[in-house]
Design a binder for this molecule. Sequence first.
Ligand code: TGC
Ligand code: FAD
Length: 392
Amino acid sequence: MKPDLFQAPDYYNIDELLTDEHLLVRDAAREWVKREVSPIIEEYAQKAEFPKQIIGGLAEIGAFGPYIPVEYGGAGLDQISYGLIMQEIERGDSGVRSTASVQSSLVMYPIWKYGNEEQRQKYLPKLASGEWMGSFGLTEPDHGSNPAGMTTNFKDMGDHYLLNGAKMWISNAPFCQVAVVWAKSEEGRIHGLIVERGMEGFTTPETHNKWSLRASSTGELIFDNVKVPKENLLPNKSGLGAPLGCLDSARYGIAWGAIGAAMDCYDTALRYSKERMQFGKPIGQFQLQQKKLAEMITEITKAQLLAWRLGVMKENGTATTAQISMAKRNNVDMAINVAREARQMLGGMGITGEYSIMRHSMNLESVITYEGTHDIHLLITGLDITGLNAFK
Ligand code: TGC
Ligand code: FAD
């Protein structure tokens, strides 16, 4: 792969909206990605393997629990810092950002928000340091967009719960030490349970042959009469709103992350357009290529402003689920379109692993599907503005 010459576009001087702390956190993450992710990521994506050696570095830049309080091992940062970290990591690779998103917003967040003090003390510091990795089991083979229909269930056996069922498409599953699993009680109420590797009947087979998110490890969570200690139930929230609350936080991070992937594609195409000569001129001199670049930077700039404003609202506690959906949907769609246009600008070179664009392009096909598909987010906006439910 080519050396990482990335220069971040900031067409509207959005840096002026950021504090010194934001810039410090962002720049530290940016440098780390350049040093530790860019040189190895193509090789790991090609061999479809998560680079486990970067776990310690992810913890050091605050990517595991950026907004979780310091007393639990988190970085104690605000929501914009969290977003900026996700942006920089996804600039490197969406699969690496996935690992950080799951650890922070889908594993640490529910333990912090819905867990008791013993659970927080037991799990959060180890998750923040990367000593333990976590996964989040909501999706099932027959229940993806409609998690309310889940069939994974647990029975109260007096001194423990007996868990049965299966989750599919679970990021980090093959190597996680703990899984936050959503399952129905005998009364049909959804609860979160912390399942640990080593519990009898709990297995995590890997999902192979993905063409997308290849540097992220995806698998199943299978529960065959797993005895879960009663103290592993998250006591402070139940119902579908509990996992959906975690998704609000992760989707917010993706709204920022997608900008990173788009920035990398734009920056690569811009540089290439000045170097690649055809018909005796750099291709960047042709109007059609300038149109592509001008539209890319316009869309990136709009997405940056959307994410920044959402970050302000998230920080002051006013961001709604529907506002988060709009930003996730818009920014991922924007990134897919930027990646497609950028790849075309590189001609044949665009399909090779010499450049990052094709990998981003393939990764974004997962990003536009997980954490709520493109269409599900449109329907969330539709419901919000009309008051009419088009899901069912
Ligand atoms: P609905 O009737 O709308 O809501 C059920 C209950 O939940 C409450 N609620 C929320 N609570 C907190 N935060 C939110 N964001 C909430 N949204 C809804 C709601 O008030 C209600 O409460 P109550 O007390 O009345 O029961 O639910 P629904 O069944 O109609 O579903 C709505 C829908 C379709 C939008 C929802 O199911 C949905 O978002 N589906 C998409 C599924 C999804 O996003 N799955 C993601 C799986 S995790 C993943 O993909 C990780 S990828 C990780 C990575 O690698 O980065
Ligand atoms: P389906 O729900 O079957 O949807 C198929 C199509 O139907 C989609 O286009 C959808 O938009 C459309 N559709 C569905 N319902 C409606 C409707 N009411 N109206 C209109 N159109 C509709 N899940 C986890 O729990 N944890 C994870 O860590 C995780 N990681 C993932 C990693 C990867 C790489 C991938 C690909 C997925 C991951 N997922 C994870 C699962 C992801 O959240 C689901 O794939 C996603 O929610 C969609 O579910 P589905 O694949 O079953 O598609």
